[in-house]
Design a protein around this ligand. Structure first.
Ligand SMILES: [Zn+2]
Length: 1006
């Protein structure tokens, strides 16, 4: 029998020589040993497989012991004297990391069974920090050394003791703790035990007596490593204009990595104010959330002081006296929004219409590349001020481009950090689609300054409030600034459809997902929180109307400013503003996983101008199954008719399994469409006579673009679920093909073509499908041509790149030849290809390329200065067909030349073809330890797993995946693996079902 409850472990690991004692951590299915002697507690990697017996396990209550045996894979690595001295040890030592499966037997069991399973006993239930002592204000001093990658820190935290207790519990990880004292009144108390638990990520200070209730001051001196994991306080590598390799110190704290930088109460509800001080080498730029209030030059002695008091040796700033900068006090805010950056940057600045200093920091010599973002940001602030009716609360906002950055951007209050590719625009080399993306990202992060920063979710379960909302409002803002982008139509392909595709899986999750341990948080930074969150808010926005939505938002933000909220707080404000049952409607969308299909089961013409529809709802499942006990949603239903295709003819809320709807002023030949504008988060299914009525309106495009797109995408989803044959969607796309001119409709067609292409890559008639694709795209390609026309629309520019990309992928001869011709003069420097066309051209050229082509691409990569261009090239490399070269692409992905943040995308590019997919999957397995060590969980590794595996289409592969991840469990990617396995099985069933139908359609319509 397995006890699934878990376990505070104290383990004794025996290896032949030497014997290593450690204290361990059991979490999920992995076990780490923490090297006791090292100055920095860190998990220890090991290479040799040995079997170990963990002899005892202590239950949470502390006294009851259970005996059990285990299997384990242990990797062992000897640390060099140099590394050891860096870690603070005088002699080399052995680092050990153990992955183990435990079967915990009943105490009386004499021969416990060994069970090797991926479903290991999980860690003890996560507990939030006790509320007996809470922080009010932090004085935080940090002194990073950008050469040795060690930082020292000192903090004095004003706390309030609210309940009698003799201990203070806060969070800390990977820090070494120096002197600690607690002062209340005249009394100075020193803790008798300073207990740093890597397992719980806590620092517990035990005192000899209960602390007096009321205010006190806790002072801690600590040391940490400027790590290379892109979390906590980390180092980011850049090249100076003179070509020298250098490092900046950067923070990334969301979700729970602030306590890797300083001991703190690292929970979003435990807000406090911060006085931050930095000691930095002369001439470095040093930034934090707030503006600098004072600055002074330190003496050499003062520069060393913190190092000495932390018990370290050596000099403070590498022998030079440091500069000390004090930043003004922040508003009350959560720890995850604290930020500092130290390094070399250039900047440009302006003052927004509403009086806020806006600065953009770029790599040295590239200040002008910040111009576009500066312009956007300085317009976004007054826009939000006007929209929320609340001014931006800080005196300044900085946007800074960071060379090594795992996410896209982070909304630290007053100091927003970005990947270079999400901030910098080089007019010569930045594509239109990239500029549009930058505008959205800037709009997103600045929306967080209100939504997230001013008002913060109470716990990570409500993360979606931050992300879903910001992902919605970024579109409102970009629509306002750049109406020519027609950005809302792109919302549907980029955000809404992606959410539907993920949310129909059995392994999806509700928007509001109970989150315990921090390692579970990374996994919910996913398409559900962001994209479904944004989509249901868009649906709500239409349901209550913009005016009431604004009114409610203002009410919510004003009521809860500087505080924390639950999802229900937002609903109640919007409910008050609109007098509609917002809470009741929305909770069916945020608390339930999935979404419904609204099915029109019958339409009856009643008299000359009245139409009666009978509609039903049931949960939409990717495998087409239906359940009798399907949950019910409160569905805001809308209708349009051919009289006024862009107007709502009727709206209602469907609250039951089925209902009748009567529409007036509808004549027998008129079409009736459900969900005009594709706003409601559901699929629609029509009887065939209703569908047939749309076809002329698709052909003459009197049906608006978002409705054409919605019809196609809904039909495609039904095809994937096995409710309609694939051939139907092939026919419908041909109905679009000849005349369609809208970029967004084409991106939806392209999305369907992409999925079909992946599926058919497992057959022998892929070439016939490519020929079908070329026929479909022929007209639009001819209309657009290769060269941008004067005054052409932004969307036509995007469409050209999309269409040429597809044609190149399908090996269309004319496209390949023209791409090669243009590439030749591009590579020689004779005539550069416009940035918008480079991706399709690079891929087309590589797809027929050889060793020389590959070498030319690498040369261009090495010469490229703009990160965006490096991305473009490295993510095109997977288009190459030669197996030997693809292997080199994979090696290149892991090389020093590619930053960790980009590696996964290069590997993913290889997995896009059938041959490449096999190679990438093999590569992922062979390099699993290196990859997990490099990323330590997190969403990049989840992305990698998903993209390299989900396009397989056989049961054999599904089993292989399950087996591999059973052997190599990885907390934080479990759900991703389950989703991939489910998708593979769905693909296999789809292929089985429709293979012959598609084959015969393609061959008879060639
Ligand atoms: Zn966000």
């Amino acid at each position: 029998m397995l006890f699934r409850a878990g376990c505070l472990c104290s383990a004794r690991i025996r290896v032949p020589e030497p014997v290593l004692l450690g204290h361990g951590r059991l979490y999920g299915s992995r076990y780490f040993l923490w090297e006791r002697e090292s100055r920095l507690a860190r998990p220890v990697p090991v290479d040799i497989r040995v079997s170990v017996t963990v002899q005892q396990i202590q239950s949470r209550s502390g006294d009851q012991r259970r005996h059990f045996s285990s299997w384990a894979s242990v990797r062992e690595k000897v640390v060099s004297p140099k590394q050891a001295s860096f870690l603070g040890s005088s002699s080399p030592f052995i680092l050990v990391k153990v992955s183990c499966g435990l079967s915990i037997a009943k105490p009386q069991s004499r021969a416990p069974r060994e069970i090797h399973t991926g479903n290991m006993p999980t860690c003890k239930p996560f507990e939030r920090l006790p509320k007996s002592v809470v922080p009010r204000h932090y004085e935080l001093l940090l002194q990073p050394n950008l050469k040795t990658f060690v930082f020292q820190g000192k903090e004095t935290v004003q706390v309030e003791v609210k309940e009698p207790t003799d201990k203070i519990v806060l969070n800390a990880l990977d820090l070494s703790i120096g002197p600690v004292e607690y002062i209340c009144g005249d009394e100075v108390l020193k803790p008798v035990i300073v207990d740093l638990s890597a397992e719980n990520e806590t620092l517990t200070l035990h005192f000899t007596k209960a602390l007096p209730l009321g205010d006190g001051k806790l002072t801690i001196i600590f040391t940490g490593e400027l790590n290379d994991k892109m979390k906590g306080f980390y180092r980011s590598k850049y090249t100076s204009p003179s070509g020298e390799e250098r490092y900046a110190g950067v923070t990334q704290f969301e979700a729970t990595d602030a306590h890797r930088c300083f001991p703190c109460w690292d929970e979003p509800a435990l807000k406090a104010t911060f006085d931050i001080t930095l000691r930095v080498p002369p001439k470095k730029v040093a930034l934090s959330n707030m503006p600098v209030v004072s600055e002074r030059q330190l003496t050499l002695e003062e520069s060393r002081e913190l190092v000495v008091s932390a018990g370290g040796e050596g000099e403070g700033g590498g022998g030079e006296p440091l500069r000390e900068l004090q930043f003004s006090r922040t508003p009350v805010m959560p720890t995850y929004l604290v930020a500092v950056v130290v390094g070399e940057f250039d900047s440009i600045e302006t003052v927004s219409r509403d009086g806020v200093l806006v600065r953009v920091y770029t790599p040295v010599g590239k200040a002008e590349q910040g111009r576009f973002a500066l312009d956007v940001a300085s317009k976004v602030l007054p826009y939000y001020k006007d929209y929320f009716q609340i001014a931006y609360p800080l005196p300044k906002i900085d946007l800074i481009a960071i060379a090594d950055f795992s996410a896209g951007a982070m909304e630290n209050w007053g100091l927003v950090t970005y990947r270079e590719t999400c901030l910098l625009v080089d007019p010569e080399n930045t594509s239109a689609v990239r500029k549009q993306w930058i505008a959205l990202v800037v709009g997103h992060e600045l929306a967080h300054q209100w939504f997230g920063n001013l008002v913060t979710m109470e716990w990570w379960t409500h993360l979606w409030l931050n992300e879903g909302y910001a992902s919605f409002v970024e579109f409102l803002c970009v629509e306002h600034l750049f109406p020519e982008y027609d950005i809302w139509t792109q919302f549907v392909t980029e955000t809404y459809i992606r959410a539907l595709e993920l949310d129909c899986l059995k392994n999806s999750h509700p928007i509001e997902v109970p989150v315990g341990h921090p390692s579970e948080i990374d996994e919910i930074f996913d398409d559900i929180s962001y994209n479904k969150g944004a989509s249901v808010i868009r649906m709500l926005h239409r349901y209550i109307g913009d005016e009431d939505f604004r009114k409610g938002m203002n009410m919510y933000l004003t009521r809860h400013q500087y505080g924390n909220t639950f999802t229900e707080d937002l609903w109640s404000a919007l409910e008050e503003a609109s007098n509609k049952p917002v809470g009741a409607v929305m909770s069916t969308w945020t608390k339930q996983m999935g979404f419904p299909t609204v099915k029109v089961v019958q339409q009856i013409q009643e008299g000359p101008n009245q139409r009666r529809l009978k509609v039903t709802q049931h949960k939409f499942c990717a495998d087409g199954s239906t359940q009798d006990d399907s949950p019910i949603w409160m569905v805001p239903l809308t209708f349009s008719t051919s009289k006024h295709p862009t107007k709502l003819a009727h709206q209602m809320v469907l609250e039951t399994k089925s209902s009748d709807v009567v529409l007036d002023n509808v004549f027998p030949d008129d079409w009736v469409k459900v969900n005009p504008g594709t706003v409601g988060f559901y699929r629609t299914q029509y009887p065939s006579e209703m569908l047939a009525q749309f076809v002329p309106a698709i052909r003459d495009r009197s049906l608006p673009p978002l409705d054409r797109l919605g019809l196609l995408d809904d039909l495609f989803a039904l095809v994937q679920a096995g409710q309609t044959p694939t051939v139907e969607v092939l026919k419908l796309m041909e109905a679009f093909g000849a005349e369609e001119d809208n970029f967004t409709v084409w991106s939806s067609i392209s999305n369907c073509l992409g999925k079909l292409g992946v599926l058919l890559s497992h057959t022998d008639f892929l070439p016939q499908f490519h020929a079908y694709g070329c026929r479909l795209l022929g007209n639009v390609a001819a209309r657009l041509g290769w060269d941008q026309k004067p005054d052409e629309s932004h969307l036509d520019t995007l469409l050209r790149s999309l269409v040429l990309g597809r044609l190149g992928w399908y090996g269309e001869q004319g496209t390949i030849a023209e791409a090669n011709r243009r590439f030749k003069s591009h590579a020689s420097g004779e005539k550069l290809i416009p940035a918008d066309l480079r991706t399709p051209v690079y891929k087309a050229v590589l797809s027929t390329g050889d060793q020389t082509t590959y070498d030319t691409m690498l040369k261009l990569y090495r010469e490229a200065d703009l990160h965006e261009e490096k991305d473009r090239i490295s993510r095109a490399l997977g288009a190459i067909k030669d197996e030997g070269l693809l292997k080199r692409v994979l090696e290149f992905a892991m090389s020093e030349e590619v930053r960790s943040q980009d590696t996964v995308f290069v590997i993913i590019s290889v997995a896009m073809t059938k041959v490449g997919r096999e190679l990438a999957w093999r590569f992922l397995r062979d390099n699993w330890h290196v990859l997990t060590e490099r990323y330590q969980g997190g969403f990049l590794i989840a992305r990698l797993v998903k993209s390299t595996t989900e396009n397989f289409a056989s049961e054999e592969r599904a089993l292989e995946l399950e087996a591999f991840f059973r052997e190599h469990p990885s907390p934080g990617t479990e759900r991703t693996v389950q989703q991939s396995v489910e998708t593979i099985r769905l693909n296999a069933a789809w292929l089985e079902r429709d293979r012959e139908g598609i084959r015969s359609y393609l061959s008879s319509n060639a």
